[in-house]
Design a protein around this ligand. Structure first.
Ligand SMILES: [Zn+2]
Length: 260
């Protein structure tokens, strides 16, 4: 784990990249920030979490880091020990954690719940939606520290790296560490709460017929598997939906709970 500080004093803000070692947009954004070394009004901690996984171009060494919080300092495997140290490092910090995905190029935010933290920061970010994390992964970082996670774009793309860089600046502006460089945008930011998995049956060819974050009416065709239609059993908002992102699911359905 690499930890660097910008500014003087004990940081209450953290920028986190490489929770997943094969998602390099956050590493890029942190290196760009350290290179620029801006005059911050609040000190900031920059953390590249899973350095061995980054070096080996893999998501993790032994197990998914984002499924093992709060971690265990005596674990035999690597990531639970790393999770324990990382959580201690993030204690007392408001954190931005950067990921990338295979589902959608548009950045979106993931929060534990829609409280003050999310409502202060997310409307200042260039994101298409805010998604409340499901309880499906109780050992994800989002449930253990004060963090806004951002999916910055498609994994491995230059666009995701550019988006990550911009999201870092926006986060630092939203938290008062930097003066804002951009005009506030007038928009209704959808706030979604995950509801259920969209299962993906075995098949040869998959096609998705809906857009993430756009409302889908009951009965609409969500996807086809070898030409066989899967329809929405209720009106919903698709999130993290893709043809090939996951093995046994197309993604998730969500409900609209607010607009910011
Ligand atoms: Zn990730």
């Amino acid at each position: 784990m690499r930890v660097e500080h910008i500014g003087e004093g004990e940081p209450e803000l953290a920028i986190l990249g490489a929770v997943h070692g094969d998602e390099l947009c956050g590493v890029h954004a942190i290196e760009a920030l350290l290179d620029e070394d801006p005059d911050v009004q609040k000190p900031v901690k920059c953390i590249i979490a899973n350095e061995p996984a980054v070096e080996q171009h893999v998501r993790y060494i032994d197990t998914d880091l984002n499924r093992v919080f709060p971690g265990d300092p005596a674990a035999e495997t690597y990531e639970p020990r790393l999770a324990y140290r990382l959580q201690a490092e993030l204690e007392g910090c408001t954190t931005l954690s950067m990921h990338s995905t295979q589902s959608d190029g548009r950045p979106f935010a993931i929060v534990d719940e829609t409280g003050e933290l999310a409502e202060t920061i997310c409307p200042q970010l260039s994101v298409a939606a805010v998604v409340e994390a499901a309880d499906e992964f109780p050992h994800a970082l989002v449930h253990h520290v004060d963090v806004v996670e951002v999916e910055c774009g498609l994994q491995g793309t230059e666009q995701a790296a550019d988006n990550a860089e911009q999201l870092v600046w926006e986060f630092l502006a939203a938290t008062g560490a930097l003066s804002d460089r951009s005009e506030p945008s007038e928009r209704a930011l959808p706030v979604l709460s995950l509801k259920r998995l969209i299962p993906k049956p075995d098949g040869g060819s998959y096609e998705v017929h809906v857009e993430n974050f756009d409302r889908v009416e009951k009965g609409a065709v969500v996807a086809t598997v070898d030409g066989e239609e899967i329809t929405a059993t209720e009106s919903c908002y698709p999130v993290l939906v893709s043809e090939h992102g996951y093995d046994q699911r197309f993604g998730y359905t969500a409900e609209l709970i607010d607009q910011w």
